[in-house]
Design a protein around this ligand. Structure first.
Ligand SMILES: [Zn+2]
Length: 433
């Protein structure tokens, strides 16, 4: 059993003969919903487009290429890049990444203009994501165009892109504050001329999972092309909305690493993996290289000068740490008791923390076994009581301290003085490590 040195012990336990699979929820539907794509979705990774809109983001060409390669290793289906119209450097970067020969398809994001489409096609990308605002706010305060104009423009631009042989998506902006009849009629019109995907974007983060389900389900009945969804996280629903969209028949979800983007960002790649893994573990594990998630998060976190949040999905420092005595006991018997994600599937390690006042003797006994000490259950219980008393008085003990205490107790037991020795320890300073 490998030892850990940061105050935790590895809690894989002696579990060879124990069931390891997470227990299936009784609330899981018995039969697969034919509408649902939770077992066949695709990821459009937008760290290099939406992520560039994060307050701290500035990626030079080298950094963009590093991120693109790291995401390609994970196996995301698409990479979406900032519009080549944004700046001359953005245009050159599009060309550079399109020419890397990555497995992921390369997309760039453009306004619904012929000029944008022409420049974007010349960069050598695989496809274009075209966007235009349809909400009354955008029509009144942004571009000022009516639906007839928008529809005619969309048809012109999409037809042109298709003639160039590129994949094309057409998305509205602020879809959840757009009129339903307007939305459905424009999606129907572009579906008819062979657009590859239509996109729904919750640009302001106002949607909830039920609204998403309803809108996507309605749209699914109107178009035959793929459906992409883009969810902002202003109200904390970005992952749940993505899941609801896939259940309703959406096919593609936009993500960014750590969720970075405009304001507080969009559906995070890691959070989407966590959610989808619980929906269909085999699909997610076989399709994506989940062990690479932490690497790309570290690259992006460093580049945009943030730390990975302590409570981040999968890679947060305490995501697989078990502390309460009751949890520790059960985890040591069968990790699935308190874990829906297997840390080893993501290249992570489980920890059971034992040097604190909430500890339990089963976890301490497990450490005794790891250290190969010949102690009984009664001994483990006695030491556990001492750990609790010391932690109450002096705060949590490090794993070295716990080990020191156990070893000291063990030595004293050979001389028959263990009870006395334990009684006399009143502060961690008396434990020689
Ligand atoms: Zn966005």
């Amino acid at each position: 059993m490998p030892e850990q040195t940061n105050g935790h012990i590895n809690g894989n336990g002696n579990s060879a003969d124990r069931p390891r699979e997470p227990i299936v929820s009784p609330y899981q539907p018995k039969y697969a919903d034919p509408m649902s794509n939770v077992s066949s979705f695709k990821i459009i990774e937008s760290t290099l487009r939406e992520g560039e809109q994060f307050a701290n983001a500035f990626f030079d060409t080298e950094k963009k290429i590093e991120i693109a390669k790291a995401l390609d290793e994970i196996g995301v289906d698409y990479l979406e890049l900032t519009s080549p119209m944004a700046s001359e450097q953005s245009r050159q970067d599009c060309t550079a990444i399109a020419n890397l020969g990555l497995k992921a398809k390369i997309l760039t994001h453009i306004r619904c203009h012929m000029d944008d489409a022409k420049v974007a096609i010349s960069t050598g990308v695989d496809g274009l994501d075209v966007v235009i605002g349809t909400s009354s706010y955008l029509r009144e305060f942004s571009h000022g165009k009516d639906m007839d104009y928008i529809t005619a423009k969309a048809i012109e631009v999409i037809s042109f892109i298709k003639e160039s042989g590129l994949e094309v998506r057409f998305s509205t902006e602020d879809s959840f504050r757009s009129d339903l009849v307007d939305l459905l009629s424009i999606y129907k019109a572009v579906d008819k001329i062979g657009v590859n995907r239509v996109g729904i974007a919750d640009t302001v983060g106002c949607a909830n999972p039920r609204q998403v389900y309803e809108l996507v389900k309605t749209l699914r009945g109107v178009v035959s092309c793929d459906i992409e969804c883009h969810f902002h996280n202003d109200t904390g629903c970005a992952i749940a909305n993505a899941y609801a969209a896939l259940e309703a028949g959406a096919t593609h979800i936009d993500t960014s690493v750590l969720g970075i983007g405009e304001r507080n960002g969009i559906t995070p790649l890691g959070g989407l993996f966590a959610r989808m893994y619980t929906g269909d573990k085999e699909y997610v594990k076989n399709k994506y290289n989940l062990h690479k998630l932490r690497d790309v998060e570290n690259i992006v976190a460093e580049a945009v000068e943030v730390t990975v949040p302590f409570n981040n999905y999968i890679t947060g420092y305490c995501a697989f740490t078990h502390k309460a005595g009751i949890h520790a006991k059960a985890i040591l018997n069968n990790p699935s008791t308190y874990e829906i994600l297997k840390p080893e599937d993501f290249g992570m390690t489980r920890y059971v923390s034992i040097g604190h006042r909430l500890t339990g003797w089963n976890a301490v006994k497990n450490r005794v076994e790891q250290l190969n000490l010949d102690l009984t259950d009664e001994d483990a219980k006695a030491v556990t009581q001492k750990i609790k008393a010391l932690a109450d008085a002096h705060g949590a003990l490090s794993l070295d301290m716990v080990d020191g205490l156990l070893k000291k107790f063990h030595e004293a037991k050979e001389e028959g003085t263990h009870k006395e020795v334990l009684k006399n320890i009143e502060s961690p300073a008396q434990i020689t490590v």
